[in-house]
Every structure is written in C-alpha cells, then in structure tokens.
Design a protein around this ligand. Structure first.
Ligand SMILES: Cc1cc2nc3c(=O)[nH]c(=O)nc-3n(C[C@H](O)[C@H](O)[C@H](O)COP(=O)(O)OP(=O)(O)OC[C@H]3O[C@@H](n4cnc5c(N)ncnc54)[C@H](O)[C@@H]3O)c2cc1C
Length: 404
C-alpha cells in the first residue's frame, strides 16, 4: 500500500490514544494496538526526530538473550524470539516482509568469582525452568569449544546457544511502523511540548507547532526523554540518558569461528558482527548526560575496551577500529528494568520506558502489553505487572541480577 507522506499537522483535533515517540517502542505499541480487533480508536504518534538519528533505536547493538535472573524477563525474550521467527505471519502475511535474521551465537557470561558464579547458577535454574537451553560451562569446557579465550581467573561460564544473539530489529521497527500506518495510525513529525491535565487525568498534548490535540490516553514512548515527557504531565519517572559506547573492529588474524556475546568481568562486551566484531561498555564515570550530548571520549577505547579485548581474546591484540559511536540508554535509575503501565494516580498516562540495555528485544512484548492495557485495562498475554509503575511510586526495585 502506498502511504501518504508524513506531515507535521495532525488531521484531527482529537485522538483516543496519543503516543509520544515513534521509534522501536512507540511503533511496536502503535502496530499492536492498531492490529487489535478489540480496539477501533484513533491513534496519533508524535515523533520529533523523523530521521531517528538521535534515538536509542539507532544506536542499539540489537541483541537478544534469555539469560536473565527473573522469569518475567526470560518470558518476554522468549515471546520476542517466537515473534521474530514468525514476524511476517504475525504482521498479516505481506510477502514483502522479509524473514527476520537471528544469528544465534549466544551470550557467554564469564564469572571470575564464586559470588558471581552462584548468581549464574541461580539464574540458570530460572532459565531452564522456563525451557531455555542455557548451559553452565567449566573453564575446560569453554576452552574446548572456544579455544580463542584466555580463561585465566575464570571459574564458570554460562552460555545459551538457542534464541540468543543478534536479531535484525531494525527491519522489525521499519515494518511495525509501515504496517501501523497502513492500519490507519497517523504519524506526525512534531514535538510534544506540553501536556494538559485536569485532576487525575491527562487530556491533551500541545505540539511545538502550536496545535492542542485532545487525547483520551497518552503513552510515553519517548526513550531517554521519558522523564521530560512525564514532567509535562506533572509526573516523575526515574529515567535518564546515559552514554554507552560501541565499536566495530577487525582483528589482524581471523578467529575462525563465532565469538559469543561475551560479558567480560570488566563490563566490556564483545561479539561477532558479520565478518567483523562489535564491542562496547559504559564509561567508568557514568553520569546522566545532556539529551543532545553524543560526544565520544576516545580514552574509553584506549584505556578500557581495548585492554579488556586483548586480555580476554589474545588474537585481539592487533585490531583495526572500523567504526564507533555513543548512544543513550534510557537508564532506569531505580532498577534498570522496563516500566510498563499506567501512573498509579493518573491512570490514563501509560509509561513504556526505562529499558536501559534491553528494550530492543522487549519491544514485541511491550507493544502487545501496552495495547492490552489500552484495549482491556489489563495484561492478557504475559502478566507484566511486576514491571508496573507501582514499584516506582513505592521505590521498590524489581531485582534483576543480569543487567548489562
Ligand atoms: C549502545 C546501545 C546498545 C544497546 N543494545 C541493545 C541490545 O543489544 N539489545 C536490546 O534489547 N536493547 C539494546 N539497547 C537498548 C535499546 O536500543 C532501547 O531500549 C530501545 O531502542 C528503546 O526504544 P525506544 O523507542 O524506547 O527509545 P528511542 O529509540 O530513544 O525512541 C524514543 C523516541 O521518542 C521521540 N521523542 C522523545 N520525546 C519526544 C517528544 N516530546 N515529542 C515527540 N517525540 C519525542 C524521540 O525522538 C525518539 O524517536 C541498546 C541501547 C544502546 C544505546
């Protein structure tokens, strides 16, 4: 279907649902809601950055894992894995929708202490009970399968070869957005600059261009700007932009096999990326940054990333950096996990925020969950209520031990 160009002005003065932010999460919510036969309301998506250049979505490493310590996070990623494998069918069978590539090299958590090894053992039990194929590996077992690692000081590894690795989330995003639009969702290039509220209900958004649009429900899908959007409604959410570094490199000598997404005890991650390799980490000093600050501190590569690479995989002593970037996590300061659900008092303001490092892989479950909240007032597929706003209101962290 040929779609009209996206303009800045909404067609209508009033919508049942206004979604603030139309990147991975906002577009997933928009598609799930527009595809729900039990919902026939009008949906507006307001997106300030139509190039998506400065979004988390454009800076992601696009990986998915089942290796969490909490059942709900495992189930969310299992849903994502099933959803992406059958993406075309789920989106209605359009033959133009390509297969979504999933490169299952698995994540390899490496423990250099008995304390962390115990966490891996406990998490392993949770994952296996959910049907995951995670295996705990002794250093000898790791060396037999992945002889390129230097395993000095490593006491245990945890690796899952199924439903873990890189997935082509950007293609999913493109098609969520396209199919949502085909289903009648209206996207506009504009910015929400104010939110109207009467008592415990939000009722309108004001756009940068001046229009005031009535809204039955407002969904906050504004990524690292989630707190700014919440503040417009007089609400708080503990989400802030934090820098995360990514580099693509090529070693002088090939490894000859896939490098699992290795979680090194230093906090540096590294993995296969096609014929090259990708690595990344947070900076040691990790403050909230300005929403527009994407400057790169190259000492992070020199002093943190490269030494960790060369230590863990001696073949990476000689590498050529091909590319590098800084992106923003929408960092949930309370517990680095998703916040999905209505505000505890302002019930028609719904948060879908705070994903920190695992929002890309959670987009399908979050889109479905938010659409269920709108259509039915409750979760139906997966009970996502442990990730609701109540814990934010009471300051009670959702404890997830596998945070990257
Ligand atoms: C370096 C890096 C690596 C990552 N790696 C992974 C990974 O391997 N796996 C994984 O699952 N996740 C990963 N993530 C996290 C993942 O990318 C994010 O959780 C996900 O992309 C979040 O999508 P989003 O739509 O919530 O946010 P965003 O992509 O940031 O989108 C928010 C949108 O809201 C818009 N917006 C904001 N305010 C307004 C406003 N007032 N009016 C209109 N529009 C507005 C913005 O322009 C933007 O388009 C990574 C993130 C980074 C930075």
């Amino acid at each position: 279907m040929k779609l009209a160009p996206i303009v800045s002005e909404p067609k209508s003065p009033s919508y049942d649902v206004v979604i603030v932010g139309g990147a991975m999460i906002g577009s997933s919510v928009a598609w799930f809601l527009s595809a729900n036969p039990d919902f026939d309301g009008r949906i507006l998506v307001v997106e300030r950055d139509p190039s998506y250049e400065f979004t988390s979505t454009s800076h992601t490493n696009s990986c998915t894992r089942l290796q969490f310590s909490n059942e709900i996070n495992v189930r969310i990623s299992q849903f994502n894995a099933e959803f992406l494998r059958n993406f075309r069918e789920h989106l209605g069978g359009d033959p133009d929708i390509p297969d979504i590539h999933l490169h299952e090299f698995g994540y390899m958590y490496l423990a250099d202490s008995e304390k962390f090894a115990d966490i891996l053992r406990e998490s392993h039990a949770v994952q296996v009970a959910c049907g995951a194929q995670t295996r705990l590996m002794t250093p000898d077992e790791i060396a037999a399968e992945y002889p390129f690692y230097n395993l000095d000081g490593i006491v245990l590894g945890s690796h899952n070869p199924k439903d873990e690795g890189y997935f082509d989330g950007n293609t999913m995003f493109t098609w969520y957005r396209k199919k949502a639009r085909e289903n009648g969702v209206e996207y506009v290039t504009n910015e929400v600059v104010a939110i109207g509220r009467t008592g415990n209900r939000v009722d309108s958004v004001t756009l940068k261009s001046g229009e005031v649009i009535q809204a039955g429900i407002i969904i906050n899908a504004s990524g690292p700007r989630a707190a700014l959007t919440a503040q417009m409604a007089g609400l708080d959410v503990p989400v802030e932009p934090r820098k995360r570094y990514t580099y693509i490199f090529k070693p002088e000598k090939p490894l000859g096999q896939d490098l699992p997404l290795t979680i090194d005890p230093t906090g540096v991650t590294m993995r296969t990326d096609g014929v090259n390799f990708m690595c990344g980490c947070p900076p040691d000093d990790d403050p909230a940054v300005d929403h527009d600050d994407f400057t790169i501190d190259h000492s992070v590569w020199e002093e943190k990333i490269w030494p960790a690479l060369a230590t863990r995989v001696p073949a990476f002593e000689a590498v050529k950096v091909l590319n590098g970037w800084v992106g923003h996590y929408s960092f949930n300061v309370l517990d680095q996990n998703a916040i999905i659900g209505p505000h505890t008092e302002v019930g028609n303001f719904i948060f879908v925020n705070g994903f920190s490092g695992h929002g890309f892989q959670q987009s399908a479950a979050m889109g479905r969950g938010a659409s269920e909240l709108v259509a039915y007032g409750e979760f139906r597929g997966l009970d996502l209520s442990p990730l609701g706003y109540e814990r934010i209101a009471t300051g009670t962290p959702f404890l997830e031990k596998a945070v990257i």
